[in-house]
Design a protein around this ligand. Structure first.
Ligand code: ATP
Length: 297
């Protein structure tokens, strides 16, 4: 182990049902068998960081005291994520209700539950202060993103995957070292629709480095002090893109923690995310570093 990653974020159980079409208001329809799988942006990214190897990964988040919490702890632990500091609160574990239509379109309702009750403890703050990379997303209260950024040590990097999309206050922008967003989130934050290079240039006025993910096209790596780099996508037959972005962020964080430069970490992250989209599910689809290396041969 050469680095430490702490992921501060959400954990959800995904309740997924295939439907012939999404129901309208007041309507009841019959769907297929229920699938219950571990998810949530924070937990997915933590699993990806741990499976990427080279860095010790801790998940800091809040779970309820229910069966869903046990499912998530088993998934995180099974991937090698440290879960010793996960908070348990008196609220149901976060849940995503997902219907999937035959054309693959998802309709999702997220009930944040325990995620909305996250309050960093002294022990969690201490672990964050030992990290090389702190990775957060926006499925937890913005105040916890602030607290995580404030807790990091000098020289450590604060990375925000600004998803789901929301406007960020000035103090949060000022606390970031790296922003990771997809094209839609980039356009929201830049308040304009433009080519990725232009969006990145606009965002670099607020944050020193930006990675914009471009789906099958790969990603754009932009930093204030150097020319931006396009990392091409890896050609695969996509089966399920759920969690591609989370896998990308987790593997990128692990890459930075073990000393890769940003473009190198984005290349590794793109290879892992491409492999993840060839498999169904979120956490279950995240590949190990050995699988990524094998696929690159
Ligand atoms: P999601 O919400 O589906 O998890 P996202 O919208 O946050 O994803 P994307 O830009 O779609 O983010 O995907 C993240 C990364 O995953 C991309 O930068 C790319 O490296 C990889 N990826 C996604 N889709 C594909 C694909 N069809 N083929 C190859 N790589 C892909």
């Amino acid at each position: 182990m050469t680095g430490q990653v702490v992921v501060v974020g959400s954990a959800n159980v995904d309740l997924v049902v295939d439907v012939p079409r999404h129901p309208g208001g007041g309507e009841t329809i019959l769907g297929g068998d229920l699938r219950r799988t571990p998810g949530g942006k924070g937990a997915n990214s933590a699993v990806a960081a741990a499976r990427a190897g080279g860095a010790e990964t801790t998940f800091v988040g809040a779970l309820g005291r229910d069966e869903s919490a046990e499912l998530l702890l088993a998934s995180l632990g099974g991937a090698g994520v440290r879960t010793d500091l996960v908070s348990r609160v008196d609220a149901p574990t976060g849940t995503a209700l997902i219907t999937v239509s035959p054309d693959g379109e998802n309709a999702i309702v997220v009930s944040p539950g325990a995620n909305a009750r996250l309050e960093l403890t002294a022990a969690q703050v201490e672990r964050i202060a030992r990290a090389d990379v702190v990775l957060a997303q926006l499925e937890i209260p913005l105040d916890m993103v602030r607290a995580a950024a404030a807790a990091r040590r000098p020289g450590a990097r604060m990375v925000l995957n600004a998803a789901p999309s929301q406007d960020l206050p000035g103090d949060v922008w000022a606390a970031l070292d790296l922003l990771i967003v997809n094209e839609y989130e980039a356009a929201d934050l830049a308040h304009t629709h433009a080519a990725p290079e232009e969006l990145a240039a606009a965002l670099l006025e607020r944050v020193p480095a930006v990675v914009i993910t471009l789906g099958a096209e790969g990603s754009l790596v932009a930093q204030r002090d150097r020319a931006s780099v396009r990392v091409p996508g890896v050609k695969v037959d996509a089966v399920d893109t759920t969690g591609a972005g989370d896998t990308f962020c987790g593997v990128l964080a692990a890459g930075l923690a073990r000393g890769l430069d940003l473009a190198g970490a984005a290349r590794l992250a793109g290879a892992a995310a491409a492999l993840a989209v060839t498999r169904p599910g979120a956490q279950d689809a995240v590949p190990t570093v050995a699988e990524v290396e094998e696929s690159a041969k």
